[in-house]
Design a binder for this molecule. Structure first.
Ligand code: FES
Length: 102
C-alpha cells in the first residue's frame, strides 16, 4: 500500500497524478466523497487523466474528451476505445492509500 496524501489534500472534484508508480496512476475524489484510482494515461493518446474533468463517477480526458468510468475503467465516450485499469484505494485515518493492480 502506497500513501498518496491525506484526504484533505485532495479536495472533492479533483484528481492527483501519482507518478512514483509505473505506469502512473490517477486518484480522484468525487463530489460525492468517494475515492477512485485508475491508470493516469489516456488510452487514446498521451494525456494525463488526472488533469481531466470529473463529473460524477466519470473523468473526461483533457485532450479529446474521452470519458472513463472510475468504477470500472471502461470507456463511456470515444475517441478512446480501450479502457484503463482500476486500482484499489482505501482511506484510513484520513489518509488515502493506493494498492496498484498487478
Ligand atoms: S488523449 Fe485522451 S481522448 Fe485523446
Amino acid at each position: 500500500m502506497l500513501l498518496v496524501c491525506s484526504l484533505a489534500e485532495l479536495p472533492r472534484g479533483e484528481g492527483r497524478r501519482v507518478d512514483s508508480v509505473e505506469p502512473a496512476v490517477a486518484v480522484f475524489h468525487t463530489e460525492d466523497g468517494e475515492v477512485f484510482a485508475i491508470d493516469d494515461t489516456c488510452t487514446h493518446q498521451d494525456a494525463s487523466l488526472a488533469d481531466g474533468w470529473l463529473e460524477g463517477c466519470e473523468v473526461e480526458c483533457p485532450l479529446h474528451a474521452s470519458r472513463f468510468d472510475l468504477r470500472t475503467g471502461e470507456v463511456d465516450a470515444p475517441p478512446a476505445k480501450l479502457g484503463v485499469r482500476t486500482h484499489a484505494v482505501t482511506v484510513t485515518d484520513g489518509d488515502i492509500y493506493l494498492d496498484v493492480a498487478s
